[in-house]
Every structure is written in C-alpha cells, then in structure tokens.
Design a protein around this ligand. Structure first.
Ligand code: MBD
Ligand code: FE
Length: 260
C-alpha cells in the first residue's frame, strides 16, 4: 500500500506562513481545550465572526486585538519614535496641503499641528512625507461615504529644510466602536467588559526613502478615555500637552525616524 503524506512538494510550501499559521492554530486550540469549549459555544463564536465579516468589521476587529502587538514587535527592531496602531482608516491619496487642511461641517475646532522630524542623532530630516488623518467632530473618518470625501480631515505635508512642518488641522473627536457600523465589535467589547471609546488621537505616517516608515498617533493629556483605550495603543511617550496660542490649540510634535 502506498504511503501518503499531507506534505506537498517543498517549492509550494511557504516556510514563514507555515510557521506562523501553525503557531496561531496551536494557540487557538490550546485556548479551546483549556476552557472546555462546547460545540455550541464554538458555533456561537463562529457565527459572531461571520456577522463581523458581513458587516465589514474584520479590519477593525483584527486591528483592535493585534495591531499594537505588531507595533511593539517593531520597536524591538528599530530606534526612534514609538509606533502606534495604523488602525482601519488610513487611506492613500490624501490631498497635499499648504498650511491648512480641508475641514467641513459644524463644530470644527482648530488644531494647529507643528512638528520637527529628526534622525536618531537629532539631525533634521527634510523632505519627509507626512500623512495626517483624524476623526471629524462626528467621530467619523473621511473617505468612506460620498458626504465626506477623503479630501477632508486628512492631508499630506512635507518637512522643510529644517525638518519642520506646520498645518492647521482640527481637533480629533473620540471614536466610538459602539455604533451600528461596528455592532459586532462593539458587542464583543461589551461582553469583555470593556468600554468602546477610543480617546482623541491624531494619526501620522512618516515616509522617506532611507528611513523606516513610522506609523504612530498623538494622544492628548487630560483627554477622556486615555486610560481605557479599547485597542490598547496609548503609551505615555505619545501623550502630548496642548498649548494655546491666541485661543488656538497647538500640538507640537517631535518625531525621530530611524535609518533603514
Ligand atoms: C480608530 O480610530 C482607530 O484608530 C483604531 C485603531 C481602531 C478603531 C478606530
Ligand atoms: Fe483612529
């Protein structure tokens, strides 16, 4: 009788995928065994996941549990400013702006974002492409509906010869992972006994050839939900104190990029 094996030819196998996926499967199996999970519970979890997928919440769900872990791993491999989750709402193709980002609608509160980007020897880096994106006063990110196109509440700026930039943006709103849009993720957070508001945050992505791309966020001292982030991405060194200039809130960022 022929001997069969479940291994196919070597050249079709991906070592990396095999290693990581097998470890993930082992981890999940261990959790099921440890908790004596029944078939009905297994099915209930499965159906919850299907609902999450059908409502397009997979990016949110996966980022909520695992994106910050990837950031923490990244920090073991490079120096410079800490990364923080990209989250589900980054979008390529934000408009380049000069001094002022596009905002619209009611209750927009100005936030002047100023910054300097340096290398790990504190030398300024000119020509860094910086993407900024944040939630509007309704707690929504642009680019997902016709009413709020991606030209608003996100922008791109470039650092000058001194590694500096300055742009008038607007104060980010807290982001609720509790609305109809995310019922499944919200419900899961509820069952986990966790609150679902992301504290105010300004997303940033810094890119320049020769440097490690940095994706991070700025958080605001004294803001609500700072200590209860549902995606566990708030760290002290990314919490900034705003200053006031003629009644306008100013966020002064200092960012270090590591060379590749
Ligand atoms: C957000 O705005 C966000 O940044 C993350 C990581 C998850 C959900 C909403
Ligand atoms: Fe966000």
């Amino acid at each position: 009788m022929a001997v069969t094996t479940n291994l196919i030819e070597d050249n079709k196998m991906n070592e990396r995928v095999s290693t990581v996926v097998n470890d993930i499967v082992d981890g999940v199996r261990a959790a099921l065994i440890k908790n004596n999970v029944s078939f009905d519970e297994y099915r209930a979890g499965f159906m919850h996941l299907i609902g999450t997928a059908e409502n397009h919440e997979i990016p949110l769900l996966v980022d909520m549990f695992f994106n910050q872990t990837i950031c923490d791993i990244e920090m073991k491999n490079r120096k410079g400013t800490r990364s923080s989750v990209e989250g589900p709402y980054f979008m390529e193709g934000a408009p380049w702006v000069d001094e002022k980002a596009n905002v619209c609608g009611d209750n927009v509160e100005p936030l002047l974002v100023r910054g300097v980007v340096t290398d790990t020897n504190n030398q300024p880096i000119p020509g860094v492409e910086l993407d900024l994106w944040w939630a509007n006063p309704e707690g929504k990110y642009s680019g997902y509906t016709d009413e709020l196109p991606k030209e608003y509440f996100r922008c791109k700026v470039k650092t000058d010869d001194e590694g500096k930039y300055s742009v008038m943006a607007s104060m980010p709103m807290e982001y609720p992972i509790t609305t109809e849009r995310h019922v499944h993720t919200g419900k899961l957070l509820e069952m986990l006994g966790r609150q679902g508001m992301r504290t105010k945050h300004l997303h940033q992505k810094y890119r320049k050839d020769g440097y490690c791309t940095l994706t991070t966020q700025a958080y605001f001292e004294g803001a609500s939900y700072l200590d209860a982030d549902p995606v566990e991405a708030v760290v002290d060194e990314l919490v900034y104190r705003l200053s006031d200039e003629n009644g306008v809130a100013v966020l002064q960022l200092e960012t270090q990029l590591d060379a590749v």
